[in-house]
Design a protein around this ligand. Structure first.
Ligand code: NAP
Length: 292
């Protein structure tokens, strides 16, 4: 390894197959910067993580992405950490950058989702949104729809099998925007999908071939935008049913790309990231998906 090499990487546990190294290494290559940069993976168990972060190897890492199960925990484990306001609001980060004085935490899932939705032509202003699932990704989605930028949706209904998680998202949004209309419901039927403009699947249901269709297909309609955060498979049962109902739809590949682009901008210190670099990152993702 050259002495000036900068190391970046993804922390998580267990880390299955991930496309982040493909995407970021393609970005560094396309950027053609003088500094030698490499993006790798750090699969660290809860017992290993703290000592890793304090080790020479950990301290030498210039920037991390963070995934399940550490998006919240990482904020306690890194000392001398400043939080971007989005991280402060959501309580979870997916990008940590080493600075001259310590570290800074960002949540690029928020802008990644918002940017993709925008590029797909969905104008969220005044719309009614229904969210399935209330885990880490749903926190970012709910924030993006209600508090990020100046064109929020009108209302959000949210359902999770664990009601307390959905309540926690509602509390988080109310803390930022007390007047915002967010309702936790007890069943998918109560999500009011028929009256909604957008339905977001932020559960893992659809990742496996054997997974059921998560909603009754009769609830889907042509005026609905169905956004499934899952990108592999590219077309889940939910997206198939949405197409059949003539709804507009999108998988989560764009969100993955744009959260990656926003993190890459911090890693490489370039903003905006040049278009050809983003294109290379996108191609690397698509190529990587063929081999999963
Ligand atoms: P997570 O923290 O595990 O959250 C998923 C939530 O969905 C959990 O609260 C889970 O409850 C709940 N759930 C499971 N089955 C459900 C059902 N049938 N109905 C309602 N709620 C249900 O996972 P995550 O990190 O938020 O990720 C969620 C999905 O988004 C995953 O598929 C992930 O791959 C995808 N994702 C995509 C991107 C992207 O860039 N495209 C980024 C992040 C995540 P339990 O915990 O009780 O099971």
């Amino acid at each position: 390894m050259s002495k000036n090499k900068k190391i970046f990487g993804l922390i998580g546990y267990p880390l299955g197959h991930t496309l982040s190294p493909n995407m970021h290494n393609a970005g560094f290559k396309a950027l053609g910067i003088d500094v030698d940069c490499e993006y790798t993976t750090f699969s660290k168990s809860p017992d290993e993580l703290k000592s890793f972060l304090l080790s020479e190897e950990g301290k030498n890492v210039s920037g991390f992405n963070v995934t399940v199960p550490y998006k919240e925990k990482i904020l306690e484990l890194i000392t001398n950490l400043k939080q971007h306001e989005t991280v402060e609001a959501i309580g979870a980060a997916n990008t940590i950058i080493k600075t001259e004085t310590g570290y800074k935490a960002y949540n690029t899932d928020v802008c990644g989702f918002a940017q993709d939705l925008n590029l797909k032509g969905f104008n969220k202003e005044g719309k009614k949104a229904a969210i399935l699932g209330a885990g880490g990704a749903a926190r970012a989605v709910a924030y993006a729809l209600s508090c990020f930028a100046d064109t929020p949706v009108r209302e959000i209904t949210i359902y999770d099998i664990d009601n307390a998680k959905a309540e926690s998202i509602a509390k988080m949004i109310k803390n930022v925007k007390n007047e915002f209309n967010i309702k936790v419901v007890d069943s998918i039927a109560d999500l009011e999908i028929k009256k909604s403009d957008i339905l977001i699947n932020a559960t893992p249901i659809g990742l496996k071939k054997s997974d059921p269709l998560i909603v009754d297909e009769n609830l889907l309609h042509k005026d609905l935008f169905v956004y499934d955060l899952i990108y592999n498979p590219a077309e889940t049962k939910l997206l198939k049913a949405a197409k059949k109902a003539q709804a507009s739809c999108s998988n989560g590949l764009g969100m993955l790309l744009y959260q990656g682009e926003a993190a890459f901008a911090k890693f490489a210190g370039v903003c905006p990231v040049p278009e050809n670099v983003v294109e290379s990152m996108k191609t690397a993702l698509k190529e990587g998906l063929k081999n999963v």
